[in-house]
Design a protein around this ligand. Structure first.
Ligand code: SF4
Length: 203
């Protein structure tokens, strides 16, 4: 029997993921909004909005796998647009801590509304396919984080509150979040969560 033509399945998966990434980035360019945000500026707003604490510029560079000059330029523009404010870090006189202004929080709320294109595409997935895709995504992210190919994100798989398969699989909610003391399923796995905490390191 002849092989199915084309590149092997792992390459097909990676090409597909790259196409999806392009679609998300294209939507970010289209969603510049009244303040004409670039995708990086939008990412910085999203990151600060998802953090319970102010962030240093270096935190943003690490989290977004960017470079200090690129983030510095974007932060300057966001401050000029009055979406970010900076305060001296009490722990380090040379560092500044960045937070969103009220206008920045409004922009974050606007950015959190998924576009019709992306929302429509995601809603076409069946519940089972959605859960499987989210599970596959966090598994790939975890592998790439362990290989230091992408920054560590605040996701369930690296969280000290996450207990996988704590409950019977047939409940549909096999995992447990000790932060809220509640079971949840693959479809509710978080790739970013404001309550995430890394496990304590070895003594
Ligand atoms: S606190 Fe957030 S990241 Fe941690 S297990 Fe709960 S939902 Fe997941």
């Amino acid at each position: 029997m002849a092989d199915v033509p084309g590149l092997p399945p792992p390459s097909q998966l990676l090409i597909g993921l790259a196409r999806l990434g392009q679609a998300v980035r294209m939507e970010a360019w289209r969603n510049a909004g009244p303040r004409n945000l670039s995708p990086l500026q939008a990412d910085i707003i999203g990151l600060l909005h998802g953090s319970r604490v102010p962030l240093r510029q270096g935190d943003i560079v690490s989290a977004l796998a960017s470079t200090p000059p690129t983030v510095s330029d974007a932060v300057k523009v966001l401050r000029r647009k009055e979406l970010l404010e900076a305060a001296r870090d009490p722990g380090d006189a040379r560092a500044v801590l960045l937070t969103l202004t009220p206008a920045g929080r409004d922009e974050a709320a606007r950015l959190n509304v998924m576009s019709e294109n992306l929302g429509g595409a995601v809603s076409a997935l069946s519940p089972d396919d959605f859960a499987a895709m989210l599970r596959g995504t966090v598994t790939l992210m975890r592998q790439l984080q362990d290989r230091r190919s992408i920054p560590v994100s605040q996701m369930c798989l690296t969280c000290r509150f996450f207990v996988p398969d704590a409950h019977p699989a047939d409940t549909g909610r096999p995992h447990h979040c000790n932060y809220v003391d509640a079971p949840f399923g693959d479809a509710e796995l978080r790739v970013t969560c404001p309550d995430h905490e890394l496990p304590p390191g070895p003594d």
